[in-house]
Ligand binder design. Structure first.
Ligand SMILES: Cc1cc2nc3c(=O)[nH]c(=O)nc-3n(C[C@H](O)[C@H](O)[C@H](O)COP(=O)(O)OP(=O)(O)OC[C@H]3O[C@@H](n4cnc5c(N)ncnc54)[C@H](O)[C@@H]3O)c2cc1C
Length: 379
């Protein structure tokens, strides 16, 4: 295992740092939380700048506009962008972090060339339509139907918790194409243009008063069969490809961001007992960062990230909640001023981390069954 950076990786770091120093001061102020069209423009403008400078889609093949960079260079990218407080991937996290990678792994040549360069350039924003009111942890019980009619599927059903659905151009949607097959065997993975007639996107309000989630109602929505990724009824396998990206890589930048937040909070903490707790949180994040580097080093050498990657999301989401809870105690009565207080909002937001991309209980089942080899949960 090699955890040190090579000379060429350090060179990449220096160039990136220089670019960030020159570029970040030229960004306009970030728009308000609920100004959705403006947020889309702002986030995709950043994506476009990354693309133009050769920093978009670091791991993506160069034929689709990516950089074909090594996993270690991706780590350097995350370290440097976080250090410089550069914008996060924003409203197109689905497109850049898991729909795009799924298309690279499973899409046809036509699907790849239609979508990948546009995602990287910031021209296309994606959302995810997996969860349903009766299908979250048990995702395979989803009921949205796709009935074949000539060269189209006709979709009917309801999705929920669709992040940024109101500003997305396309969605990765799971539908039931064979209602008579066992539940894992009758699912297909579709590319859904969000402006198709029959789609009704209704924003939901969160505990923070924000509206990034939507319910999506599908009434006789016609989607060409050519929009299917993978074989008909083989969507559960494709879904697992998507989830491996979502759980594996999508949380790494969050982890780096936590290291930054600890530094921000440290000067506010004077009480020795709280300082001890903060030290423990910092050590946990450092440990998880080392584990991430180890997983990446293993992936580079052996082609697979090893068991560490499977526990990172679980351990990170729970550590981040403990950190958020400590921040609230440090702020004490100041915590009542919720509006505009990053730490208070963070605490509320982190409540979602142990649910998003698979709840902690489900992650524990996966780790116990797939890593530790314990008996399967009775089904
Ligand atoms: C920030 C955030 C963003 C999201 N974005 C999207 C999105 O863009 N698109 C999308 O499709 N979905 C999205 N989701 C939804 C997310 O995938 C689901 O919330 C998640 O899978 C849990 O499903 P559920 O909410 O139906 O909870 P449930 O499945 O009803 O679970 C409720 C509780 O029961 C527990 N539980 C369930 N089954 C078991 C079991 N077998 N053993 C032990 N405990 C169990 C769970 O762990 C949980 O604590 C998002 C969620 C969050 C929080």
């Amino acid at each position: 295992m090699e955890l040190r950076y090579s000379e060429s990786e350090e060179q990449f770091r220096a160039q990136l740092r220089e670019w960030l120093e020159a570029t970040l001061p030229t960004l306009s102020p970030e728009p308000g939380r609920e100004a959705w069209p403006e947020r889309r423009t702002w986030d995709t403008d950043w994506q476009r700048r990354l693309f133009d400078a050769g920093y978009a889609g670091l791991a993506w093949p160069s034929e689709f506009g990516g950089r074909g960079a090594s996993p270690t260079e991706q780590l350097v990218f995350l370290e440097e962008t976080t250090r410089a407080r550069a914008p996060y991937v924003g409203v197109n996290f689905v497109g850049t972090l898991h729909a795009g990678p799924t298309l690279i792994a499973e899409g046809t040549d036509e699907q790849k060339s239609a979508h990948l360069p546009r995602i990287l350039r910031g021209d296309e924003v994606w959302c995810q339509g997996f969860s349903e009111p009766g299908a979250g942890s048990d995702l395979a019980s989803l009921r949205t139907r796709a009935d074949r009619d000539g060269d189209d599927y006709v979709l009917n059903g309801q999705k929920i918790w669709c992040s940024f659905g109101q500003i997305a151009d396309f969605g990765e949607f799971l539908v039931r194409t064979d209602p008579n097959a066992p539940k894992h065997k009758g699912i297909s993975w579709l590319i859904l243009p969000m402006d198709t007639p029959g789609i009704d996107v209704r924003p939901l309000r969160t505990v923070l008063g924000s509206s990034e989630f939507s319910e999506v109602f599908l009434n006789d929505v016609r989607v060409p069969v050519g929009n299917r990724v993978g074989a008909e009824n083989d969507g559960w396998r494709v879904t697992n490809v998507t989830l491996s990206f979502e759980r594996g890589t999508a949380f790494v930048s969050e982890l780096v961001d936590s290291l930054r937040l600890v530094e921000d909070v440290a000067p506010l903490v004077t009480d020795p007992a709280y300082r001890r707790e903060l030290g423990r949180c910092a050590a946990e994040f450092d440990g998880l960062w080392a584990l991430t580097k180890r997983s990446i080093s293993q992936a580079v050498r052996h082609g697979a990230p090893g068991a560490g990657a499977m526990v990172t999301k679980l351990a990170y989401s729970e550590a981040r909640q403990r950190f958020g809870e400590l921040c609230l105690r440090v702020l004490d009565r100041g915590a009542l001023a919720i509006d505009g207080n990053e730490l208070v909002e963070e605490r509320l937001r982190t409540l979602a981390l142990t649910i998003a991309a698979g709840a902690s209980q489900i992650q524990r089942n996966i780790v116990s069954e797939r890593v530790l080899g314990l008996p399967r949960e009775p089904r």
